[in-house]
Design a protein around this ligand. Structure first.
Ligand SMILES: CC(=O)SCCNC(=O)CCNC(=O)[C@H](O)C(C)(C)COP(=O)(O)OP(=O)(O)OC[C@H]1O[C@@H](n2cnc3c(N)ncnc32)[C@H](O)[C@@H]1OP(=O)(O)O
Ligand SMILES: O=C([O-])CC(=O)C(=O)O
Length: 448
């Protein structure tokens, strides 16, 4: 039998072996996608870290959509972001301190923490050489491989004591930007034939500034760096239930090592329904800019959005990327904040016409998805809707949009890993699957 045919045959058989009728989920009371009937998530854990609020409940328990709110360690995200915007101050390191420890640092603690992160940004020579050697064009994949390799160079990789977990967490938060910047520079050199620059992080600079420096040398402004800093803050944490953080919690519950668990989280975030949506949104926007001739014509926009929903255009997935969320209903507070920031930056960079078009796509995208799926649950733009447009205006390449998300979310992942391994009453996460296949009698090989 030809090998290609065998693969086709095996795959064809999957059409039957994968059949699970949708109604069976209701019949057996299975929570499809770990979701209740009303779309809310099944409660699977308790946490002191992030709190994601997208709805309230009436007295009879009915889900009541509400404006989205996000809390980091009890503080509302907007209350953390507004002073930074007002004081024109960098804050990612401060938020990382808060998320890891539960406390906002005082000035002395913050200065020491910043220095600690800065000291740890440099990669050891072997890791740099290994990144140069790693082939591949996907930076998320290279990031995951580099993280797994950090296990080899860690003198104490399997120790899950609190002190060791904190040391590893700080090293990962500090090294992610350097790994991503080096991996991108090497990709640009080998795939696009550009000169190769390996710039080491500078002392006394924040993570956002150093990241831009490693990627773009001096070709960035103070405003660009502060925008990136805010994007890092806004993406740093989202409770225990988002797919990548839950992946980190599930793997951590087996007491595996930090690097295995974080590599799994990276794999989850890469998916286009999760962190990978930021590239999909930007590419979808480029596509719409090309195919819609009048950027102000609502009928033309709606017609095209319905073509997306009907799987006739763009990637034919039937999705309008950047719209919809598992928890948020009326608004995602991060998208609200990013929409405002994108507007200010667009004015600065002379891209207001595109910004106005993107806003119309949001407005009409929400309407079309709501009408198309005939659900009463409201949908809204999510975090990924405006983030890519901001990166583009800062002059960052799309290959690193999802890696930048990982560079922020590593803070939430490590905070949740530490919590998963330290709360009283912890237990390996192990849900159940109901098997719905009838038993079969074994047939000897010679009789098949
Ligand atoms: C950082 C982040 O991860 S934010 C999310 C980034 N992802 C995206 O932007 C991708 C586009 N959006 C989506 O695919 C979804 O809204 C998700 C994955 C974010 C949430 O999914 P769910 O929690 O299942 O959404 P919800 O319960 O509100 O809606 C489910 C139904 O509406 C559909 N739907 C939801 N959002 C969209 C959308 N943007 N475009 C088309 N259909 C959609 C789903 O496909 C699903 O249909 P089905 O029941 O026929 O399978
Ligand atoms: O919570 C989710 O499902 C996805 C999300 O917005 C995030 O991880 O930031």
């Amino acid at each position: 039998m030809k090998k290609e045919y065998l693969i086709y045959k095996l795959s064809d058989e999957v059409k039957n072996s994968c059949k699970i009728p949708r109604e069976a989920f209701g019949e057996y009371g299975v929570k499809r996608g770990l979701r209740n009937e009303d779309g809310s998530g099944v409660l699977v854990g308790l946490t002191n870290i992030g709190n994601v609020i997208g709805y309230e409940r009436d007295d009879d328990g009915t889900l009541k959509p509400s404006a989205g709110k996000l809390y980091y360690r009890g503080y509302e995200l907007n209350d953390l972001v507004e002073p930074l915007l007002h004081e024109k101050r960098f804050g990612f390191e401060e938020i990382a301190y808060l998320l890891l420890s539960g406390q906002l640092p005082d000035e002395e603690e913050l200065a020491a923490f910043r220095e600690l992160l800065n000291d740890n940004m440099l990669l050891d020579h072997r890791t740099t050489v290994n990144i140069i050697d790693l082939e591949g064009s996907n930076i998320m994949n290279i990031l995951a491989r580099s993280v797994l390799e950090m296990y080899t160079y860690d003198p104490n990789p399997d120790d899950i004591s609190r002190d060791n977990l904190m040391r590893q967490s700080i090293e990962l938060i500090a090294k992610f930007p350097t790994i991503i910047a080096y991996a991108y520079n090497i990709y640009r050199h080998s795939v696009q034939g550009r000169s190769l620059h390996i710039r080491h992080p500078l002392e006394g600079k924040t993570i956002a500034e150093n990241f831009l420096y490693m990627i773009k040398h001096e070709d960035y402004t103070e405003l660009d760096a502060r925008m990136l800093d805010l994007l890092l803050i806004i993406q740093a944490e989202h409770g225990g239930g988002n797919n990548s953080t839950f992946t980190v919690r599930v793997t951590s519950s087996t007491r595996t090592d930090t690097y295995s668990s974080i590599a799994a989280g990276i794999g989850s975030l890469k998916g286009p329904l999760h962190g990978g949506a930021n590239i999909k949104v930007v590419n979808m926007f480029h596509h719409l800019k090309e195919y819609i001739s009048d950027w102000k014509n609502i009928d033309e926009i709606d017609t095209y959005l319905y073509r997306l929903l009907n799987k006739e255009a763009y990637d034919k997935s039937g999705l309008i990327y950047g719209i919809g969320h598992a928890v948020y209903t009326m608004s995602d507070p991060r998208a609200v904040q990013l929409k405002k920031l994108a507007g200010e930056l667009a004015k600065e960079k002379g891209r207001e016409e595109e910004y106005e078009f993107l806003k119309l796509i949001e407005q009409e995208g929400v309407k079309c998805v709501t009408a198309f799926r005939k659900s009463t649950k409201p949908v809204c733009a999510n975090l990924d809707f405006y983030s890519g447009f901001i990166y583009e205006m800062i002059g960052l390449p799309e290959e690193i949009y999802t890696p930048i998300f990982a560079m922020a979310r590593i803070v939430g992942w490590t905070a949740h890993r530490i919590e998963e391994l330290n709360f009283e009453g912890r237990r390996i996460i192990r849900p159940a699957y109901k098997n719905i296949l009838s038993p079969k009698a074994y047939v000897p090989l010679s009789e098949r």
